[in-house]
Design a protein around this ligand. Structure first.
Ligand code: ZN
Length: 114
């Protein structure tokens, strides 16, 4: 049953950690072939904030599946220089994630199996 219809994927730019698999799809400095596997550290192009890009995306604590893209594996909120969210939306996001934590939709922290 899909009661919670969180807008999954597709319209979003890929979230934190989602860019393994196809790394550097549009590298500006066309070095491929030479050093396989090593990614250039600098930002190729600025990510656009997914919430600005898609006006229908609404930051809401009731859609933790959407908010989960913006927390790390351990449950921490990903800084916006990594996730690419703009300051305004990061602020909302932060609030909603905290709200979601209170409602136990999301973890404060999740223990890693070490
Ligand atoms: Zn934004």
């Amino acid at each position: 049953m899909r009661n919670q219809d969180a807008p999954q994927g597709q319209n979003l730019d890929r979230g934190p950690g989602g860019d393994r698999g196809q790394g550097g799809e549009r590298g500006e400095r066309g070095e491929r072939g030479d050093r396989a596997g090593r990614q250039p550290r600098r930002f190729g192009r600025r990510k656009v904030c997914p919430f600005c890009a898609d006006k229908t995306l609404y930051i809401d604590y009731k859609t933790p599946s959407m908010l989960k893209r913006f927390i790390s594996e351990r449950g921490k909120i990903v800084p916006r220089r990594i996730s690419g969210v703009c300051a305004q939306h990061q602020r909302n996001l932060c609030l909603e994630i905290k709200r979601a934590r209170i409602m136990a939709f999301m973890p404060y922290s999740s223990a890693t199996a070490d």
